[in-house]
Design a protein around this ligand. Structure first.
Ligand code: GTP
Ligand code: MG
Length: 171
C-alpha cells in the first residue's frame, strides 16, 4: 500500500496543563489508558490517521524537564501547545515558555503549524480561548499558521477534526 507521510508532533505546555490527557484522547479507544500520571522526561506515542503516521512527543512540562524540549525542535513538523485555562496565576509562565519556544533558533524561521489548546474549559473559573489568546499575545505570531481552540478532557469530535485539519494542510 501507499506509505503514510510521517509527521512528528511536539506536545508542549506547562506541567498539569493536560498534554498527556489530550494525547490519550486522540489515540484509538483500545489503546487509551485510564490513569494518567505526571510525565517524567517525555513519552513517545505513535498513531495513524487515514493518510498520516503521527509520532507525538509528549514532553513533561515540569520546570526541571523543560530543557529537554529544545532537543526535539529540529525534527518536529507541528506543535501542540496546551494551556490550563483555569491556571490564571501561571499564565505569565506559560507565555514566557511560549516566547522562549518561538524565539528558539530551531523554531523561529520555520512555518510550523501551532495548535493551541485552551484546556480545562470545563472548569467554572476557566478563561475563554479568546482571553487566553490575548494573554499569550498570539496575534503577534505572524510567521506561522496557528489556531487556538478550547478543549476539555472529554474532547469532542470538533477538536479532533481541527487537529487533523491543521496537519493535513501541511502535508
Ligand atoms: P505533565 O506531564 O506534568 O507535564 O502534565 P500534563 O500536561 O501531561 O497534564 P496531565 O495530562 O497529566 O493532566 C494533569 C491533570 O489535569 C490530571 O489530573 C488530569 O486529569 C487533569 N486534566 C486534564 N485535562 C483536563 C480538563 O480538560 N479538565 C479538567 N478539569 N482536568 C483536566
Ligand atoms: Mg504529561
Amino acid at each position: 500500500g501507499l506509505k503514510k507521510k510521517e509527521v512528528n508532533v511536539l506536545c508542549l505546555g506547562l506541567d498539569n496543563s493536560g498534554k498527556t490527557t489530550i494525547i490519550n484522547q486522540l489515540k484509538p479507544t483500545n489503546t487509551q489508558t485510564k490513569d494518567i500520571v505526571p510525565t517524567i522526561g517525555f513519552n513517545i506515542e505513535k498513531f495513524k490517521s487515514s493518510s498520516l503516521s503521527f509520532t507525538v512527543f509528549d514532553m513533561s512540562g515540569q520546570s526541571r524537564y523543560r530543557n529537554l524540549w529544545e532537543h526535539y525542535y529540529k525534527e518536529c513538523h507541528a506543535i501542540i501547545f496546551v494551556i490550563d485555562s483555569g491556571d490564571k496565576l501561571r499564565m505569565v509562565v506559560a507565555k514566557e515558555e511560549l516566547d522562549t519556544l518561538l524565539n528558539h533558533q530551531d523554531i523561529r524561521s520555520r512555518r510550523l503549524p501551532v495548535l493551541f489548546f485552551a484546556n480545562k474549559s470545563d472548569l467554572r473559573e476557566s478563561l475563554s480561548s479568546v482571553k487566553v489568546s490575548q494573554l499569550l499575545c498570539l496575534e503577534n505570531i505572524k510567521d506561522k499558521p496557528w489556531h487556538i481552540c478550547k478543549s476539555h478532557f472529554l474532547i469532542n469530535d470538533a477538536t479532533n477534526h481541527s487537529v487533523a485539519f491543521h496537519f493535513t494542510h501541511r502535508a
